[in-house]
Structure formats: C-alpha cells, structure tokens
Design a binder for this molecule. Structure first.
Ligand code: ARG
Length: 461
C-alpha cells in the first residue's frame, strides 16, 4: 500500500494494530458523497481566487466526479491503509489525474474538511427526517379522522380518569411530532454554517474566499472564528437532543401500543404484517415493533450523553477525540429513521382498534364522576361541595357493585334536590366527551378543528 501522506516525517511505518485503531475509513466512508462535493467547492474556490488555475480546478472537479461514479458503481472500496475518507479520495484523485491531485489540499486541513463533510451530511439527514415526520403525522391524522367519535378511556396515573375521543389521543402525538419538526428546522440553521477555510486551526496564508465556497455548498453563513470552526460540535449535540426527543415521543406511543395490545386492555389487535410469534408458545402474537422502538430510544439517548462527555474536557482546537463523533451521529440518524419508518407502518397497517372493546370500556367505569360534580356546580352548588357529595356516591356505588348510571332518579334526588332527569344524558360517555368543548379539549367539535389546524400547519410548511 502507498504510504500515508504524512509518512516523510516518520522513520518507520505504523504498527498494523495501531493503523487499524486509528483508521476511520470503516465508518466515515458514509461521508464520501459530501466529501466529494465539499472538495469540488474547495477546488472551484481555489480556481476562482487564482490560487490554482481555472483549468486545474476544472480537472480536479472532474476527477472528483469520476470518483463519485466509481463509488456509486461499487468500484471504489478503500481499505484501512487509506486511514480515512479524506486521504482515500485524495489518493484516488492523484491516481486519476496525476500530480495535480496533490494541489487539492492547498489552503485546507482535514480538520475544516471533516467539519464541512459532517455538516453537509447532517443537513441532508435533517431534511430526510423532517419528511418522515410529516409522513408520520399524516398517518396519525388519517387515523384520527376515522376515529373522532370513537371513545377511549383517558388515564392519569394509569387510572381511569375521563373518557376521550380516540382522535384527541392520537392528535397529542401529532403535536409532539410538530414540535420535533420545528426543532429540526431551527437546528438546521445552525448546522448549516461553513467551517471550510478555517484551516487546521488558525486560518490560512492563501487568499481564499470562504464565502464563495460556502455559497457553492449552500451554507447559510461561515464560522467567524477558525478555532471555533474546527472544534465546534454543538450542532451535532443539538441534533442528538432533537433526535432524543423524537425517540421519547416514539417510545411513549410504543409503550401505549404495547399496553393496548395486552389481554388486559385489548384495545387494539395487531395485524400479521407487524407482529411476530413465539418459538415455544403457539398462542403468542407479540408487539415486537413498538418494543424495539422503545428499546432503541435508549441507544439514541446514549449517543447524546456520549457526545456531551466527549466534548466537555476538550481543549481547543481539533483533537482526535472528535473522530468519535461520527459513529454516534450516524447511528442516531439511522436509528431515528428506522424507528420513524417502522412506527409509521405500524399505525398505517399494523393496528386495528377494537371499537367494541373501547365502547364497553368507557361505559363501565366512574370516569363520568367529574361530570356529576360539574352538573351540580352548573346549577349553583359550590364545586367543592358537589365534589365531596359525588365522592360519597362513588363509594356507595362501588360497595353495591353499581355504576352511576344505575342510580334511579329517586336515589339521585335523595342525594341532592338539584338532580333532575337530565342527569342521565349528562353522564353518558358520549356527552361527557362532547361537553369538553374548551379550546384544545377533547370535545368532538374541538377535535375536528384540531385536525384541520394540524393539516393546515403541514401544508403551509
Ligand atoms: N478522520 C478524522 C476525523 O474524523 C479526520 C480529521 C483528522 N485530522 C487530524 N488532524 N488528524 O476526525
């Protein structure tokens, strides 16, 4: 293998195990398309500023394009002797266009180069994940639309609290995904800043034009300080925060699906396309998809933690520790994408809500007790007094194995003279839901409006 570009400074070759240990080509090959694009912009900038001739720049750009084709055809597979993707490309370029290839690295360092590549990569990933979030929201909204009038028990402390429109429950996750989308959009602006031209750490002696290369690459600005440019990984940490929150949200809905699919809840059944069986228990149908999503959340949080610890003690500027940012970032990106895709498919075709079970569930509890208290309060009884009275009624009903709807009008009127025949309508689950028509509440009218608003937000973005 050809020696390292820096080998003239050294007496002897790297120990093979150390070469292996040091190399990042095994994973940073994922940056190759961004590395080529970044290098093409750098070469064009060198041509434009007269640091190399424009013919030289054109030949370099073409050589890099040829490497892109080779890579896409599966013909460019550098091994660990290349150390990293940057050296691999430079070496191949020199094979292809001769000594001119050695001019590409003028006025540049791998330190600003790798920062540029990573930002170009992440920028693309952010847009891809945003598109996936839109897809996820659309599936939830379609499902919500068909379930506005489907009721589901609502819980606090995992105890029955008040019944809900199932659409309202699903719309909570649409709202979380909306924040995730917005957060990525805000982070994009800070990812999209060019460190190219920061050099190794201090800038360069050549008359470069950093704004020009940044413009060619579509960056929104350039780092104002070269030390910061080569050593900042805030943008990666911010992304990992956003990725972690996406995983929190996916993990929460996964946990709900797992509960809902249990014999105890039986609110959903899993279709064959998204469930798996057991190797020993023939009756099993397991919710592997949401379990895996819940599990993979931990991995992404780990990458966030890892990156914070990676950065906290680093003196300026570049340190090799920074090579460790890549696998964390790549794995977080791949995990979030895979989980968004799987969860979207799960909700599109993997779940069937068992509406008969849901209807029976909301009929058979005391989740309408608040409405009895509200009923009296609306008739002028102070709320706390009404609340205390209903508490006693619930206690009596529980001891007699009855529900509130089982009480006769005579029994209601013994409890309080303000009760009239309309109490039955007021505590029917459908009415309990419909009545919560405050803005953002579960009332059917509110829910229909919320679906329209969410669709509007997606359309206008
Ligand atoms: N492979 C290195 C990384 O990922 C590229 C930058 C190397 N720079 C250096 N000064 N050793 O960080």
């Amino acid at each position: 293998p050809a020696p390292q570009p820096w080998s003239q400074r050294f007496e002897s070759a790297l120990h093979p195990a150390i070469a292996q240990f040091n190399a990042s080509i095994g994973f940073d090959i994922a940056l190759i398309e961004y590395d080529l694009t970044g290098s093409q912009a750098h070469a064009q900038m060198l041509g434009k500023t007269g640091i190399i001739t424009s013919e030289e720049a054109t030949k370099i750009v073409q050589g890099l394009e040829q490497i892109r084709q080779e890579y896409r055809n599966g013909e460019f597979n550098p091994g660990i002797e290349a150390e990293d993707v940057h050296f691999a490309v430079e070496r191949r370029l020199t094979e292809l266009i001769g000594d001119l290839g050695k001019k590409l690295h003028t006025a540049r360092s791998r330190n600003d180069q790798v920062g540029t590549d990573t930002r170009l990569y992440l920028r693309q990933q952010i847009r891809d994940i945003q598109a996936q979030l839109r897809q996820w929201q659309t599936v939830l909204l379609d499902l919500a639309e068909t379930h506005v009038e489907t009721l589901i028990p609502g819980y606090t402390h995992l105890q029955r609290a008040q019944p809900l429109s199932l659409a309202h429950h699903l719309l909570a996750y649409v709202a979380m995904a909306e924040r995730d989308w917005q957060r990525l959009d805000e982070i994009y602006a800070r990812v999209n800043i060019s460190p190219l031209g920061s050099g190794a750490l201090a800038g360069t002696t050549f008359p470069i034009d950093r704004h020009y290369s940044a413009e060619l690459l579509g960056f929104g600005g350039v780092y104002g300080n070269s030390l910061d440019g080569v050593s900042d990984r805030d943008f990666a940490i911010e992304f990992l925060c956003a990725a972690s929150l996406i995983m929190v949200h996916l993990s929460r809905i996964s946990e709900e699906v797992i509960l809902w699919a249990s014999e105890e809840f039986s609110f959903v059944s899993l279709t064959d396309s998204c469930a798996t069986g057991s190797s020993i228990m023939p009756q099993k149908k397991n919710p592997d998809v949401p379990e895996l999503v819940r599990g993979k959340a931990g991995r992404v949080f780990g990458h966030l933690q890892g990156m914070l610890v990676l950065m906290k003690g680093l003196p300026l500027a570049y340190n090799k520790d920074l090579q460790e940012d890549k696998e964390a970032l790549f794995d977080a990106v791949n995990t979030v994408k895979a989980c968004l895709e799987a969860t979207t498919i799960l909700f599109q075709e993997g779940l069937v809500f068992r509406t008969e079970r849901l209807a029976a569930a909301v009929e058979a509890d005391f989740a309408n007790a608040t409405d009895v208290a509200d009923y009296l309060a609306a008739k002028g009884v102070p709320f706390r007094e009404a609340y205390n009275l209903v508490g006693k009624v619930v206690k009596t009903c529980v001891s007699q194995g009855k529900l509130l709807k089982d009480l006769t009008l005579g029994e209601w009127q013994v409890l309080h003279e303000r009760f009239e025949g309309d109490i039955y309508a007021a505590i029917a689950p459908r009415q309990v839901v419909a009545a919560r028509n405050s803005y953002g509440g579960t009332g059917f009218e509110q829910v229909r409006q919320a679906i329209q608003e969410a669709r509007g937000a997606i359309r206008s973005s």
